[in-house]
Design a binder for this molecule. Sequence first.
Ligand code: LMR
Length: 320
Amino acid sequence: MARKKIALIGAGNIGGTLAHLAALKGLGDIVLFDVVEGIPQGKALDLSQCGAVEGFDAKITGSNDYADIAGADVIIVTAGVARKPGMSRDDLLGINLKVMKAVGEGIAANAPDAFVICITNPLDAMVWALREFSGLPHNKVVGMAGVLDSSRFNHFLAEEFQVSAKDVTSFVLGGHGDTMVPVIEYSTVAGIPVPDLIKQGRSTQERIDAIVQRTRSGGGEIVALLKTGSAFYAPATSAIAMAEAYLGDKKRLLPCAANLTGQYGVDNLYVGVPVIIGKDGVEQVIEIELNEEAKGNLQVSVDAVKELLDACKAIDPSLA
Ligand code: LMR
């Protein structure tokens, strides 16, 4: 069977981590692309030299030419600028929108059959713009956000209940910004709903509310610590889980920024919702029953994403 090809657009911290994980997991051959000369080539060479120790034989190449992503099965986009302390993700909109135009056109010309996972911020607007610029089918373009946000929520809940993070499941819905919606009612520890654990006295509503808030500002907490950039290990791990779901036709149910066509009362907009990922990309959007508070919070988040799309359209009228 022919090896799969993974193209990584952007050879910064996340791009390098993605390439390392993809090689370690044997996902296929890897092309690391960046517009900056030398960086993708240097990282590709460094990563290739891990193979002799780790025992992987993925062909890892660096490139500044979109032609080298031709025929990619999966493309993960991290290109663009990361925020610095004091900035919101939305502050990156203008600069990263231009990057998405170049990336979208490069994908359309060279790898129109790929499954594309976008990580660039502000995520929900950038994945929408990338889809518009590339013209790929909506089910083949998806944003990595909910997996990361839910993973943060799971981690904090695992610490709170002093259990393995493996036993915690949760959903974070909505946009990947300050308005994201961690849903306590759908968060469980080994199947036991968090509200029941609160009733049992294993935590308090106040402590869980603080965890919800920490999850919402989870990216900013890391930006404030790193000072020179944003998180990269957990974002890369999250995107690789999505790539594996697609490549292995795993039908995983993951929260991702997906295009909605009426679900949750939302149309023609990318926002974080539970979806099934398999060989056809986003195969299904799953609608879950939300209580009035979560519904209201999701609406606030959707409205925030809509504002970002309006800003994109104002900057680039071809998107209107
Ligand atoms: C994250 O959540 O870690 C990323 O979106 C990066 C950021 O700027 O917070």
